[in-house]
Design a protein around this ligand. Structure first.
Ligand code: AMP
Ligand code: MG
Length: 497
């Protein structure tokens, strides 16, 4: 029997928070990939896993001793409309484990069968979205972005009915918390202030212990969550990442990227890019993400109002005050990161550094006008010399009209005159923040096609391998750098249902 030292503090919160649910066994579980490194970092390795036991546990066929599996209750604003009754419709929290560093992590199966929250859904996940989540979440980790992790992916040997029959799969995800903004909304919508408080206390103890002794811990909690969110979304923007479904039930209280559905990284840059087939209005388009972050945080603040002060009016004022710095905090995080991407340091004359934002925005506008690839532009920019255009060819070719790049790069080189570093130093710093490889949509699609159509997982494994080291140029892996050929372009991604 596999031993995972689970604790189950969520169970202790009370029955209003979940419905105890066992996974529904599947026909023929087979391991696609097990994340040994992650398991080791959680202190659950080496797991004495034969392929069979591993697949049995991470498909939900065998529930490890000590686990008290449950489906969490939550609400959520979906595309702006409030749904009071969502919850884990196809996911199950197995329990939490304490890593060697002392931090706690939740272990969660997704695709593990119907729950009390399934509504008309089958409780299952298709193989494609499971592979996408595995690849993108692990790539995000290696890119340095806070994210849920993928511990295991298993095929079920069963089919799931979508617009056609597809192979089924289960993914095991690990997070610092699966509590969402929508979890707070669930109790707030029911006027259950006592449970809002219990949940806030749980989150503080678990994820924000530093605010526990503050004069107003709930105010500090809101502030900390807002800060984390601002910096997370700035990181998404700096990598050209589009989450796709930033509903309040898909925003983690721990500030991690969560619920990878129809997400994607941009190839050619477009401020308004949308991939998700269900996002017809472009609510969650690339450029809207920072604003939606604030919208979602405002929903969290509303749920916390009864805890912020006894007097309702005073509480609302506190909530407003706390969220006021979000915009500046996001803009700071964005500018700091974009400066690093462009090799510009802040310790120059203010008159010079004040021009950085317009300079960076000018580059982005020119990239948009010229369909320049987002990732490659910054990757090639990282190789340029300050005084010479000898290495400009590759980056120029990304622009429909290379002259538009030439005009910009002349201004950039002027700006570099104020930088003290050598070319080599600046290039090293830029290469450390500008990835060579991102999980490009057409490559994810190729991995899914091979797995789904030919039961061939080698494409998935090779792509995963390349993405383990996104900042280092790897020999023989040039094709993973490249944007799609016109016939390979994936213009839409589908919700992970
Ligand atoms: P998501 O779009 O994956 O964030 O899911 C939104 C809501 O729909 C959550 O409550 C999910 O648990 C639920 N859901 C999505 N797909 C399914 C499914 N196949 N079966 C049951 N519930 C689902
Ligand atoms: Mg969700």
């Amino acid at each position: 029997m596999i031993q995972i030292p689970f604790e189950n503090r969520y169970v202790a919160l009370g029955e209003q928070f979940y419905v105890k649910t066992r996974p529904t066994p599947v026909a023929e579980p087979a391991m696609i990939r097990f994340n040994d490194d992650l398991a080791a970092s959680l202190g659950i390795s080496p797991i004495p896993l034969s392929p069979d036991t591993g697949a049995a546990v991470f498909s939900g066929n065998v529930v490890p001793e000590g686990a008290e599996p449950l489906a969490m209750a939550y609400s959520g604003h979906q595309f702006g409309h409030f749904n009071p009754y969502l919850g884990d419709g196809r996911a199950i929290l197995l329990g939490e484990v304490q890593g060697p560093g002392g931090d706690y992590f939740d272990v969660h199966l997704k695709g593990s069968g119907r729950t009390a929250f399934s509504r008309n859904g089958d409780g299952r996940a298709a193989l494609g979205p499971v592979l996408r989540e595995y690849l993108v979440s692990e790539a995000m980790e290696k890119l340095g972005v806070p994210t849920t992790r993928a511990l295991a992916a298993v095929t079920t040997g069963e089919e799931v009915a979508r617009d056609r029959y597809l192979p089924g799969a289960v993914i095991t995800r690990v997070a610092r918390s699966f509590v969402r903004v929508g979890t707070f909304q669930y109790f707030s919508a029911r006027d259950d202030v006592e449970s809002v408080k219990k949940l806030a206390d749980h989150v503080i103890q678990r994820n924000y212990p530093e605010v526990a002794d503050a004069e107003n811990p709930y105010m500090e909690l809101l502030k900390a969550v807002a800060d984390k969110q601002a910096s997370l979304i700035a990181q998404w923007m700096q990598l050209g990442f589009i989450h796709g479904v930033m509903n309040t039930d898909n925003m983690s209280i721990a500030g991690e990227t969560i619920d990878y559905g129809p997400c994607a990284f941009m190839d050619d840059y477009d401020h308004k890019r949308v991939f998700s087939s269900i996002d017809q209005g472009g609510r969650y388009a690339y450029n809207n993400q920072p604003g939606i972050g604030l919208w979602n945080l405002t929903r969290l603040a509303e749920s916390l109002v009864p805890l912020l002060a006894d007097d309702g009016k005073a509480a609302v004022e506190i909530a407003q005050e706390v969220l006021k710095p979000y915009v500046a905090s996001y803009q700071n995080a964005w500018l700091t990161g974009m400066r690093e991407k462009c090799g510009l340091s802040e310790n120059v004359d203010t008159a010079v550094s004040e021009e950085d934002k317009p300079l960076i925005e000018d580059l982005l506008n020119r990239m948009a006008d010229n369909s320049a690839d987002f990732t490659l532009t910054f990757h090639y920019l990282s190789q340029l010399d300050a005084q010479s255009s000898a290495r400009d060819d590759e980056i120029r070719r990304l622009f429909d009209n290379p002259q538009e790049f030439d005009d910009w790069v002349a201004a950039w080189r002027q700006r570099l005159n104020f930088e003290p570093q050598s070319d080599a130093e600046r290039q090293a710093q830029m290469n450390a923040v500008n990835p060579v490889y991102i999980p490009r949509n057409h490559q994810i699609e190729a991995a899914i096609r091979a797995a789904e159509d030919h039961n061939d997982f080698s494409v998935f494994h090779e792509l995963h391998e390349v993405l383990q080291n996104p900042f280092v140029e790897q020999e023989g892996k040039d094709r993973y750098k490249l944007p799609p050929e016109p016939e390979e372009v994936v213009s839409q991604t589908f919700c992970g249902t």
